[in-house]
Design a protein around this ligand. Structure first.
Ligand code: IMP
Ligand code: MG
Length: 182
């Protein structure tokens, strides 16, 4: 069996850096929602956001609930708002404040579509927290409220993020060696 660590060219964010950043983000989120007196429904997008969700919620000191959604964009379509729901929420979002949890915001299409969907279903508000943000790749006008780290235009793996479903279990975020893409 292959050791996946040998495919990593460089580590961008270590396990400790991620943990520290999640603590800070959790505090900010706690303070912001505490002001409103309403705890959000945390909606995590499968599958990449799971490790981030787990680390983040340790530091959200509110009576939150969380639920999961899995969406994908229709192949070959470039249109916004056109996403296929693989797994829908079990919870109604009506009149709730939604905090979407993403692993990485790239073009922004996924988060924009889910955002619109939540509002369409009657959510009172929608905010986004993402571990990583790749603003240079954006094609739609979305700006996550809470960002762990900004990254360059480079494909990253680890801490939930995959390349062909592999590398999700790495405890850090890194970049693959070039030969891995061949
Ligand atoms: P967007 O709709 O283009 O913003 O794409 C968001 C989704 O694409 C993320 O939730 C990831 O699943 C995936 N993605 C984008 N960039 C990367 C990357 O560098 N590594 C792993 N997955 C990525
Ligand atoms: Mg994703």
């Amino acid at each position: 069996m292959e050791n996946i660590e040998q495919d990593i060219k460089k580590v961008l964010f270590s396990e400790q850096q991620i943990a520290e950043r999640c603590e800070t983000l959790g505090k900010e989120i706690t303070e912001d929602y505490a002001k409103t007196g309403r705890a959000p429904l945390v909606v995590a997008l499968l599958r990449g956001s799971v490790p981030f969700l787990a680390e983040l919620i340790k530091h959200i000191h509110l009576d939150i609930q969380y639920d999961f959604m899995d969406v994908t964009s229709y192949e070959g379509t470039e249109s916004i708002g056109d996403i296929k729901i693989i797994k829908d929420l079990d919870t109604s979002v009506k009149d709730l404040d939604i905090l979407l949890v993403e692993d990485i915001v790239d073009t922004g299409k996924t988060i924009q579509s889910v955002n619109e969907l939540m509002l369409h279903k009657g959510a009172a508000s929608v905010k986004v927290v993402t571990l990583l943000d790749k603003p240079s790749r954006r094609v739609v006008d979305v700006k996550p409220e809470y960002v762990g780290f900004e990254v360059e235009n480079e494909f990253v793996v680890g801490f939930g993020m995959d390349f062909n479903q592999h590398f999700r279990c790495l405890p850090y975020v890194g970049v693959l060696k070039d030969e891995c893409y061949q």
